[in-house]
Write a protein of this length. Structure first.
Length: 25
């Protein structure tokens, strides 16, 4: 299962979560 798209989606989700946490903090 080497799908770059899935990796990108995971990376976006992680970065998005960090941005949300940073915005709330």
């Amino acid at each position: 299962k080497d799908q770059p798209a899935a990796f990108i989606e995971d990376a976006v989700a992680i970065v998005g979560g960090l941005l949300i946490v940073a915005a709330v903090a």
